[in-house]
Each structure stands twice: as structure tokens, then as C-alpha cells.
Design a binder for this molecule. Sequence first.
Ligand code: IVH
Length: 688
Amino acid sequence: MAKKKVPEIEPERIETKKEAEKVVKELREALRFHDYRYYVLDDPVIPDSEYDSLFEKLKTLEEKFNLVSPDSPTQQVGGEPREELGTVKHPFPMQSLKAAYEEQKVRDFDDNCRKTLGGKKIEYVVEPKYDGLSIELIYENGSLATAATRGDGETGEDVTANVKTIRSIPLSLLSGQGGAIPSRLVVRGEIYMPLDKFNDLNRKREEKGEQSFANPRNAAAGSVRQLDPKITAQRPLHVFLYEAPLCDGCGVKTHWQVLEAMPKWGLPVNRDMQALVEGIGDALDYHGRMNDKRDELNFEIDGVVIKVNDLAAREKLGMRQRDPRWAIAYKFQPRNAVSKVREIVVNVGRTGALTPVALLEPVRIGGVEVRRASLHNLRQVEEKDIRIGDAVVVERAGDVIPYVVRSIPEERGGREKKFSMPDRCPSCGGDVFVSGDKKTSRCTNFNCPAQLKARLQHFASGRALDIDGLGDKRAEQLVDHGLVKWLPDIFSLSRDDLLTLEGYAEKSAENLHQAIQRARKTTMARFIYALGIPLTGEHLAVILASRYEKLGDLQKAGEEELREIPEIGPEVAGAIAAFFGERHNVQAVEEMRREGLTLENPLYSGKGGEHPLAGLKFVFSGALEGLTRDEAKDLVERLGGWATSSVSSETDYVVAGPGAGAKLEEARNLKIPILSEEEFQEFLDKNG
Ligand code: IVH
């Protein structure tokens, strides 16, 4: 599981600008991380309420200390489009909604509206707030032309082909029920997966040994953001539309009229659950009614949306940076359920981090069965006093992985057991180090098999040293048979060593051996990434390689120096410094050098800076004419890109020449853009 990053900060206590700057940097780093988890990975690690609270804190501090900057998360709508899908620029930004959890905040919203609009009671449209994936549909002359996700609010992902497989979305608008079809219609809504269908899907996935989806929202988002529409077509998806930001020639004056018009064109709108109310009191009542009703519904809602009905009044109220002034989301309190902790087990991650995980008696929360919940760290287990056998309150706030909120000590019968972090790693029996604040526990055995397997898998993977033929299974085998006791061993493996393993014949052993030999010569950026330094992905590896010419220079750079780099926050700087502060790691690098590791660093410029292909992944297949394969790879890596040998959903471009075979096929299946050598050269001329 990803690291949970929630700085504990009270903005009122911060007095100096210097202090505020530091905290603002931390908050931005945390919010960017959570945006990435939510929008890019579809896998958030904190509840919405916690995200909103971080966001508010950042906003308060930025305003109070005049620290607003254009790249702050407060100035964006959030999210990044997934790179493999094409992009669509939204005709109008797709904004977010201001969220309120308390009645007073909703009353403040109403006061503000009334101040601008002349004091009278306002007519509001109230609707459920659906918990799915927001979508924009553009109809040109009655035909569905484009479907896009929200993305970063300005530009979304092009999911037209996928959305066209959803039955409830008409490919062309109905006419004949009154009202001409608008020449251009932009509508927005939410794609969701009904709860019963979601549970069926997960059951089937589990039976097939596939990973189940954490919740219906993830399932819907994952299904729409597929590269292959055939997969989307098999998923039970539905949509509710709720806004029409553009309706050419409709002549509507109110939102209610828009909601009435949409079904006439065959567009699905949840008319039964919408209401037109006078004044905020009635809107608050509606919130209460929906809260009571939410468990009976076959889809998830996480609040209600209160919207000014009159479209001219909306114009008057206008927009803030991220959200309109004419609407507010009044969210429900997070969902809880009581369960029992059957056992607390400990997971070992790649970096040796030990995470306690509660195994729970299965409990349904909001239509989803929950069996496990992360307890994050020992400190939390102790502070919350969670014991094995305890009754506990488990929360699934909106759309997040469940977590244990608190124990219920009153229900103890006396046989509950306190949890203690094991002194020995459950994987290797090595010593466990628990930090003073008990927030981190780590297996200190650098050669712990659980860690070593995960590290070796990462080290050999396509975006790291790209050792063809050394996949996850092979890596496990090498560790299990004692052929790799620490990473450098990989470079001293002989063909004969490989032949002792099951499944290897002369040819495959020779191929893997060759691939390992080739991997000794690599780039600094790849090697930094391959080391698996906590919090250090490819993008950061490119930044570090452009700053530091040699690995030794990076090894020597302390935390202070690393913090000076604009893209690096305190947490990341600390992680890198700690990694190279570990004797084992330095020894491993030295040993690899003795085994012939050589690093080239074409990115070094001494100051970081822009790399036009940073983060883009290329695969070359077939013969190239003007360049050798190595030259082409070099070119890509010099510009900050990555050349990998196998095609996956992570690949951005495949460059195919004569004789390109299976990789080309795979690229076609995955709908990855394919470039000829000439197009590749043009691409470099344009981007390089
Ligand atoms: S209206 C300017 N109505 O909530 C934004 N949004 O947190 C207009 N959402 O991005 C949005 N149900 O994806 C609106 N009935 C509803 C909604 C709704 C869910 C989503 C939407 C939006 C997000 C904001």
C-alpha cells in the first residue's frame, strides 16, 4: 500500500512566514501525492474528508501569508490525464465543487448567494452527489462526437470509444419529443457501477484469481479508462447526467428546464431523485432525507449537490479558481460499521517497511464487503488502542480503502490481546527496528528475502535495468534458490548457475545471461530508479541525473543540499539521504561497480532543467535504417525518455521498422501509438 502522507498541521498556530513556507511546501507535496493516487491511480489512500481538510489548511495559509503560486494544488482542479489515452480539451473547464460537511457551511453558502442576488429566498435544484467518474459528452448535430474524463479540469482523457459501449448513453439524440435537437450540446454527468453488479464482478474476479476492485468508484473509473473498449463493454456501467454547460439554441433559462429537456433527447437523468426547492431550509431537509435513503440505493452517493436554479443568477455569482459560487456539495458523514479484529498480521514491503494490517470479520459497509484494513503503523495501533479480538469501528469514507477508526473498549470481554510489533521479521527472522515515534518499523536485514525479491523484481523491470527474461517469477526463483543473496549477485551469475534452475535450457540460460551482461552498462537515471530508493520514481531519477554527474556526487549530497532542489520536498530529500546513509546500499553499489557496472549520464547539465521526453516510454521493434537500435535508445534517453524492451500498458510509443512482429501486434492490441522511423525522427525534431 502507498505511504500515507498526512501532515498534522494547525494553521492557526503558525506565526511566521518562514514557518508557513515550509508547511505550505509540505501540504502541496501531500496534496499532489493524493491527487495522483486519486486521479491517476484511481486508488486513494485517505478519505475525502481528510483531503478536503488538508486542502482548506493550505488555502488558509496561502491566503494568510500571501503564498499563492500558480502551480499550487489550490490553483488547479486536480488530476492528470493518463498518458496512454488521447486527450480532449474541454470547451469549458470542468470544475470541482466546494464541499461542506457541516450545516453552517451550507448556510454560509446561501448567505453569500443571497448577498449577490438581492437578499430574497433562492430557488435551488437539489440532486444526489453520485460517487463515480465524472464524464463530459459532446453531441454535434445530435451525434455523440466526444466523451472525455475530467483529467486536470482543462484537458481530459479521450474515452469516446469506451463510452460508446455504455448502453444507457445514446449515440444519437432522440428527436420528435418536442424541442429541436441542439446543434452542439455539451453535457456532464457521472458514470457509475450499480452495487449489485459491482459485487458480482468482484466475486468473479476473485474466483479467477484476479484482484478485486476496492470500491464501485474505482471499478467504474478503471473500466472507463481502459485502453481496450472491449473490456469496457463487458462492464456493467451506467450514467446519470446532471449538467449541460452548453446547449446551442435551447433557450433554457433555468437548470430545472435543462433537466427536463435532457430525457426528451434520450439522455439519462435521475429525475426521480431531483427536487426544486425554495430557500436553504428545504435544501437541508432534502440532505437529511437522502442520508436516510442512501443505504437503500443500488448506487453510491456521498452527499447532495445544491445548485442555484436560475442560469442568469449563476452568471452573476460566477466562479472561483476551482469551483463555482453557485453550487455546493453537502457531503454525508463518512460511513462506519462495527467489526471485529480477528488477527493483526504484518506486511513486508520492498524497503523493508513493516505495516500492521487488521484481518476483520467480514462486514458490509455501503454495499461493499470489507475484510482487511490497514493499521498504518505501530503508533496508530497504540494510540487507538486496537487489540486482537477488539470490536472496532471501520470506516469507508466515500471511496477509500477502509481503515480502523477506533476500538470499542466497552465491548471487551477480557480475552483481547495487545499487538506488539514482532522483534523478528515475519519473512526472514531478521531484526526489526522500530523508530522512536513508532511511526515506522523496518526489517533491518537488507537481504531479507521478502524485500530482496521485491527489490530484484524492481531492479530488473523494464523501466529499471530492463533485463529481458528476468520477470517476477524468475526473480523469486533466484532468491529462493540462494543464487541471489543480495542485488550485486545478479551480475556474477553464470550460465551454469542458471541451468541449475527449473525451467532453464541452454538457450534460455544463455539469453538471460546475455541480457544481464548488457544491463551492466546503463544510464545514471535508470540506475537511480532501479535502486528503488523510497519515494523516488522515474521523474525524480531524471531530475537527479541532470543535477549530479556521478552517482558518487549524489551519494555525498546530504539532506540539506537535496532540499534545495525545487522539485524535492523534505520527505523525499530525507528518504534519499537515508538510503545512501545505509552502509549496505553503498556497499552494494561498490560491489556492482566491481562487477562491471558502468553508468553513463547524458542528462547531466549541472542544474536540472527541462527534458522534453521526461517520463515517456518508447519501445523499438524491427529494423531501423538511419540509426542503430542503440543509437535510437541513446537519443531517447538523452532527452529524458526511457527505452524499454517490452510493450506494456505503460508504453507511450512503439517505433516499428521492417520485420516488427509480436511487439507491434501487442502495441495494436493496447492501442499504443505506433511511429515509423521517419515519424520518430520528426517527433524528436519537434520535441527534442
Ligand atoms: S454539478 C461545476 N452535480 O462531484 C461542477 N456534480 O466534487 C458542476 N458530482 O466534478 C458539477 N454528482 O463529478 C454536479 N449531481 C451532481 C454531481 C456532481 C456528482 C461530481 C462531479 C464533480 C464532483 C465535484
